[in-house]
Each structure stands twice: as structure tokens, then as C-alpha cells.
Design a protein around this ligand. Structure first.
Ligand code: GLA
Length: 386
């Protein structure tokens, strides 16, 4: 669908749901992480980009304090009083917009008005492409404007993270919301999760004759499911054993020491984070110096580290990565939180269909579910569309 049709469609859906026209339309993209996995909550480095799949939100503020949200992806309309937003499993997907409304008020120390919102999205759910951040960031940009709260995009990203942590109940970092709010066309967001300093890094895929392929295994992952939180806890324990506030403070040279004082599993968790931070920095250097054809080995090494040391990959993701590399990808890795979701393969345009067919064939041979394979480009972050 083209953007203008998305805008018409969500505006019409809002009107039929609530019986009046929305005050405005805002949209925010999903994201793919090029490299830097599970490093965000360790205050390290990440390199995601906003993708050309977006969530469109039609929103109006109300005179009272009622919040009503509905969407094309669920038949249920959720309602809450603005002052009563709290963690509640009945909220389902509505916890994202509710959580953002709660977080903006908390961070800006203001009280907002109620609002009506309707969402439509073409970001696939559960595939590690941050469909939730797209909902959060479209809501955040809209409420910041409607409520006149004047928060910066970086602060809105923090609101999205707070919503996830406090209202949804997923102990995630700040990467996804930062990518969705700060992304630019053909650029990745190089974020230092300690200083929160962000730089736009040109990707140049097109000029290099490359495309980024998403191989969504369709094995759904959930970030409030235990695996993610267990990894985060392991990292925090590792940092405390090393006597530092976060694993960001541990250098590759100190891994020998880590190996001496930790058991094997704890050491491998720490090793992934420490080496992944290095890989992000090298990826940025290579992109700047030589362009995207020079980052393949780093992507591959990142996958091996997640598979063997951090242990968040699954057979379907390993297969997707192996087949893509064997059939000519420059590099490939799983992306996102892990335990399901998608892999990325950076591939010469001429190899995209060969890789696609090979992955489909191998999945069928192994009896895996059919993956959803498509390409994405780096797109503009959250914006007001109307
Ligand atoms: C999810 C989280 C992010 C990040 C990634 C793993 O996407 O929301 O904060 O931790 O997993 O890199």
C-alpha cells in the first residue's frame, strides 16, 4: 500500500469506529537491527535502522480523561481512564499505547487529556521487527504534540521503553524505540546506549548493489516470556562479578579475567556482549571506510556468538543464516531478541531470488513452517502524516 492510501484507510477506520474525523495521522516504522544484539540494556552499542513497514495511528484528544484504542489487528476496543493506567494482562496490545500515555505524563510531569486512537500496521507481529515499538512511537509522537509536552525524540524513546518495562512488563532496552524515532532513509542509527548519543550512518546498500532480506521464520517470540529476562539477569550478574556497573565497562582484554572467575555459561553470556560491542564499532568503521560489502564477516560472527555463547538462536534461524551464506549472501545473522523471529541476510541483488528459493526449499525439507521472506529498506522514522 502507498502512504497516502494508508493515511486514507486509517482515517476512515477511525471515523467509522468513533463517529468523527481524527485530529491527525501519525506513523512510526518497525526496525531491523543490523548488529548489536542484547547490548542496549548493557549500555553498549547498537546499529538498527527504521524499515519501510509502518504503523499508522489516527488520534484525537478528548475533553475528558477517557482513553479508547482500537485497531485493525484486533476486534476488541480497549478503554481506560488516563489516571488508572497500570500493568494489567487484560490490556493485550493496548498496553503499548496505554503505557506510552502513562510514561509521557510521568516523564514530563504533566497530566494529559483522554484520547481516541485507531491503529493500522504492516509491521509483522512477533518476528523481531518491533511492531510494538511502532505502535508506541506513533502514539508518543502524537501525544507529545496533542498534549504539548515538548519532549525530544530521545525522551519519547525513553517513554516507549518505560511503557514496555513498567506497563507491558518486558525488561527491554531502548534500541527499538530509538530506531523508530530517529531513523532516516538509507541510514542506520548508531546509538551509544550509555550516553544516548545517536549518529546517522549511511548504509549505501543500493549503491553497492545489495539488498537486505528478512527471513521471518514465523516462530513467534515474546519478550515477556522469560528467555529475554534470564539473559538480562545473567548480564547483570556478570557485570557485578566483574565489579562494574554494566558490561559496557568490560573490554575484550578483560575476558581472560572473566573466564577465571565465572562458570562456563556465565562467561559465554558476558563474552557475547563484550565482543558484540566491538563488532558494532567495527561495523560502523567498515561502513564508513569501505561500505556495506565489508561488513559480512561481522554479521556472521555476530550470529555465531548468539548461537553458541548467548544461546538465543533456534534451529530455524541457524538454517536461514547458513543457507543464505551458502547461496551468496555477504553476511547473515538472526536479528532482535531471539528465541524465534527473523534473520537478516545482506545479499547482492542478483542473489536474492536464489537465496529465497534455497531457504524455502531447505525449510520444507526439514519440515519447518514456511518462512516469510521479503526485503526492507532503511526508511524515515516516526512522523506526522496529516
Ligand atoms: C528486543 C528489545 C531490545 C533489544 C533486543 C535485543 O528487541 O526490545 O531492547 O534488547 O531485543 O538486541
Amino acid at each position: 500500500m502507498t502512504t497516502s492510501r494508508n493515511i486514507e484507510s486509517v482515517a476512515a477506520a477511525f471515523e467509522s469506529q468513533y463517529g468523527y474525523a481524527p485530529a491527525g495521522i501519525w506513523s512510526a516504522p518497525g526496525r531491523v537491527n543490523l548488529i548489536g544484539e542484547h547490548t542496549d540494556y548493557n549500555l553498549g552499542f547498537v546499529l538498527p535502522f527504521a524499515i519501510n513497514r509502518r504503523t499508522y495511528a489516527a488520534i484525537s484528544s478528548r475533553e475528558d480523561s477517557l482513553v479508547r484504542v482500537s485497531s485493525s489487528f484486533s476486534p476488541v476496543q480497549h478503554e481506560v481512564e488516563l489516571g488508572q493506567i497500570a500493568k494489567n494482562s487484560d490490556n493485550d496490545w493496548a498496553a503499548y499505547p496505554f503505557g506510552v500515555a502513562w510514561a509521557i505524563q510521568k516523564l514530563s510531569q504533566t497530566t494529559g487529556k483522554g484520547f481516541d486512537a485507531y491503529f493500522e500496521s504492516d509491521v509483522p507481529v512477533g518476528s523481531g521487527l518491533s511492531s510494538s515499538a511502532a505502535i508506541e512511537c506513533s502514539t508518543a509522537l502524537a501525544l507529545n504534540e496533542l498534549w504539548n509536552t515538548g519532549l525530544s525524540r530521545a525522551e519519547l524513546a525513553r517513554c516507549g521503553q518505560l511503557a514496555e518495562n513498567e506497563i507491558v512488563g518486558a525488561p527491554t532496552g531502548i534500541m527499538d524505540q530509538s530506531a523508530s524515532l530517529l531513523g532516516e532513509r538509507d541510514h542506520a542509527v548508531f546509538l551509544d546506549c550509555k550516553s544516548l548519543e545517536a549518529q546517522s550512518i549511511e548504509l549505501g546498500f543500493d549503491a553497492a548493489g545489495l539488498e537486505l532480506l528478512i527471513i521471518d521464520t514465523r516462530v513467534a517470540h515474546r519478550l515477556n516470556d522469560g528467555g529475554y529476562a534470564t539473559r538480562r539477569a545473567a548480564c547483570e550478574l556478570g557485570a557485578s562479578q566483574m565489579g562494574v556497573a554494566s558490561l559496557r565497562e568490560v573490554s575484550v582484554d578483560q575476558l581472560d579475567k572473566a573466564k577465571e572467575i565465572m562458570d562456563d555459561v556465565a562467561f559465554r553470556r558476558v563474552k557475547h556482549i563484550v565482543t558484540e560491542n566491538e563488532r558494532v564499532l567495527e561495523t560502523v568503521e567498515n561502513l564508513r571506510a569501505e561500505g556495506p560489502t565489508a561488513i559480512g564477516a561481522l554479521l556472521n560472527a555476530s550470529h555465531v556468538s548468539m548461537r553458541d555463547d548467548f544461546e538465543i538462536s533456534i534451529d530455524e534461524l541457524d538454517t536461514a543464516v547458513d543457507v543464505a551464506i551458502r547461496h551468496g549472501a555477504v553476511g547473515a545473522r538472526m536479528t532482535g531478541g531471539g528465541f524465534g523471529g527473523a534473520a537478516i541476510a545482506l545479499a547482492p541483488i542478483a542473489k536474492v531470488s536464489e537465496i529465497t528459493l534455497a531457504v524455502l526449499a531447505e525449510f520444507e525439507l526439514l519440515g519447518y513452517g514456511k518462512p516469510n521472506i521479503f526485503t526492507v529498506t532503511a526508511d524515515q522514522g516516526a512522523r506526522r502524516d496529516r
